[in-house]
Design a protein around this ligand. Sequence first.
Ligand code: FAD
Length: 499
Amino acid sequence: MKHEVVIAGGGPTGMMLAGELTLVGVDVAIVERRAKAELVGSRAGGLHARTLEVFDQRGIADRFLAEGQKAQATGFAGVHFDLSGFPTRHPYSLALRQNHIERILAGWVDERKVPIYRGIEVTGFAQDDTGVDVELSDGRSLRAQYLVGCDGGRSLVRKAAGIAFPGSNPTTSNLIAEAELAETPPEWGIRRDALGTHALGRVEYEIRNGKIVYADHGPVGVLVTEQHVGQTTEPTLSDLSAALITVYGTDYGIHSPTWISRFTDAARQAASYRKGRVLIAGDAAHVHPPDGGQGLQTGVQDAVNLGWKLAQVVKGISPESLLDTYHAERHPIGARVLRNTMASIVLRREDERTKALRDTIAELLGMDEPRRRFAAMMSGLDIHYDLGEGHPLLGRRMPDLDLVTENGPLRVFTLLHDARPLFLNLGEPGGFNISPWADRIQLIDAEYVGSWDLPALGRVIAPTAVLVRPDGFVAWVGDLSQRGLTAALTTWFGPPTAA
Ligand SMILES: Cc1cc2nc3c(=O)[nH]c(=O)nc-3n(C[C@H](O)[C@H](O)[C@H](O)COP(=O)(O)OP(=O)(O)OC[C@H]3O[C@@H](n4cnc5c(N)ncnc54)[C@H](O)[C@@H]3O)c2cc1C
């Protein structure tokens, strides 16, 4: 069986990547170990602003917004930031559990008719000059031009490709579970002590006036830090009970768990996101503590960075070297997430000196400039790819402006729904000629009368034109001289078509 691209793993990263590839007409298939689409257990608790923007760029943000609850949940080391007033259509986080996020993504991938080989594992592969033979656990194999490992932190694809995964070993170990409690604890919510952070709360809750109000009945989500690091067996109910007794003095009669899992604060990142025809994305490329809720966001955004590039290479529009920009752009973003989660872990400690440090950081983050910068970082809105010197927009996300076009009002993000590159001429209509790329890039003449505000940076000078990549990042900013335009068009969207 043949596909242009095979994705190992149908978690959030793999599904997003598959959706992206189909938008550009790539024949892609997912191989997913889980037999059923439903995610048992819960991991991520929501979406941050940039991820919501990314979904908005594809016209699917409303599906998530319809089910989640808006909250000001972006934070660092216990300090929460209020994004109201940030220049984005989504100045908040969305509380929505990962099982729902995955269900909604699965619905999108389904509509896009992505074949999914379910209940099957990728067990190995062999790559040659023209493609990759992907071995499956049922004895079959798939031939593809490229294989992408979106197969989570223990990624087989990463290991089999021989990609190193350097980083730090765990210093804490946590159990996370969903179960029933025979007794109601005197208090729901987070508890911190010398051992670490723990939390108990009903799975069902509402956010009222910015506060979590738990349901009166129903299963309980448990997070408890274990006394010892380094357990390698599957966690059991008695492990959970013992950990609760150590922290709370009782296990509240815990019983009937629907799932129990263990996670640590290990922080590791792949040395390379590509090895020939094999790429990795999401947790396969980076693992880190869940502090700040950044893992799923980073994976989805890896996928959106990679998708259009891989599509152009597969379709012969761009040379293979375009794929190297995936590592060049996304590795520093992953490294930054590792850095801020590692810092956050240290700041969680409950000794007097760490508390003093945490209070000092909180004081600093109360100041306007640091607060804005950290809020922009933790929400993903400040991501900046190094595309060289120039206008502040270069390498940053294109804001979702309200444009006026000859066909009426239009949002920038609406123009990105099909993942087609966009050349936006905001100056004299007809002032730019990109006809040798007209088969690949939409040229829109538009007017925009508002100000140009970027998160963290504030107001910037209005450009005359912008070249926007399918991932929503600005690849060229225009002035009247059109300097560098041909080079930018060729770098990102391939050589010009002969007239
Ligand atoms: C306790 C906890 C809380 C978290 N909270 C947040 C949060 O609030 N916000 C946030 O953004 N992130 C959070 N995360 C992180 C988030 O869950 C992950 O970053 C996210 O799931 C990564 O998505 P992924 O698709 O890259 O990998 P995964 O979700 O791990 O998906 C990998 C998929 O690959 C499949 N697979 C594995 N091996 C194979 C194989 N060989 N062949 C075929 N299929 C295979 C698996 O079955 C799985 O479906 C949290 C994580 C934990 C543990």
